[in-house]
Design a protein around this ligand. Sequence first.
Ligand code: HAM
Length: 423
Amino acid sequence: MSIQRPKGTQDIIPGTIEKWQFLEEQIRKICSEYGYKEIRTPVFEATELFQRGVGETTDIVNKEMYTFMDKGQRSITLRPEGTASVCRAYTENKLYALQQPVKMYYLGPMFRYEKSQAGRFRQFHQFGAEVLGGEDPLVDAEIICLIWDFFGRIGLKGLVVEINSVGCPTCRAEHRIRLQEFLQECKDDLCPDCQNRFTKNPMRILDCKNSSCQKLTENAPTTLDTLCVDCAEHFAKTQEYLKIAGIAYRINPRMVRGLDYYQKTAFEVTAEGIGAQNAICGGGRYDGLVQEIGGPATPGIGFAMGLERILSVMEKQSVEMLPEVEAPVVIAALGEAARQEGFRLLGDLRQAGLPAVMDLLGKGLKGQLKYADREQARYVLILGDDELSRKMVIVRDMRLGEQQEIPLDQIKAFLLNHTKCEM
Ligand code: HAM
């Protein structure tokens, strides 16, 4: 049997890759306009980074990490997300010495050992952005604006932005007590995961997807009930700025997010029509994270969106995303001398910025013309011994179905002239 790709992974092949490239182009464009610089971190890190950063009580760390010992007996993990790595890089490269806040974005594969299903992969790709060194609620609003603007630009419709405040360690301690008091009576009826969460991280019970847990916790106290003055002010200011920016959001007091580092603002964007895995973007503030992994006390906020899910929404909504591809010039050469001349000409045309290809399999004229057809050539240059001896080339205009002879030394200028006029 032939070898197949691992479960939960995908090959992105020609025909599909163009959609990814389109998305990536839009990402780079908007990030540059909003003043975000790209950061690239390793796809694997010391396991401890995620244990301390993402948190020991999360599903990601407990169940989903690709962890292995390397040949030097170090525990290594394929990154399940990008935020912890960006915070590590911020500290390790002393980015705190630069003008603050530092605004960075990343694009790349993440790895989670999850049960694969529609929209949920073991290797998936995120576009994420992080702002480090800014605690003002204006930063929270600006980052949500970027997300909203991005989705608008790529033409997505029917999205819902949900926000919440999960508070800070001080007000969360109060919430924990109140929530545990509330849950005391129904604790044994919760699902096994939530029973586990009861002592480890009770707040996460609030966004359990199990309908019976949801029913039992319908009237449970949320983090919004116990926000301290500072967190409440931060949340109110963030909303004020979101209103100024014209962003329609919904407050969801039960959305607490599945990573431990969040404080204050948390948010998610969901899309309709792509099934159960409908979260296309998630993020929030993580003011304690840089310090948690050994850096200086630094506020931070960011988001990440799943590119596979975004592409799936774009497909469902029939969003046009194929960029215009410049049709190539195809050189059809007959005989070795013409092939050599054709090969030289190919280099010349490419140097001049014209996409150009030629048959590499030694096909006859008919085969080469068929090849030109499949490549959707705009022009075919036909070169045989006869043309070569007269230093001419036949130019066939595939759109008009006409052909003419042009001197070989004028062909580059001719093509440049004609293709430029069409642009
Ligand atoms: P997250 O919610 O775990 O947050 O993931 C962000 C997005 O990645 C999700 O909304 C979803 O679109 C996509 N995603 C997650 N898991 C999968 C999967 N198995 N298959 C396909 N797509 C997936 C984070 O990763 C945080 N680091 C976000 C953040 C940045 N918070 C602050 N800064």
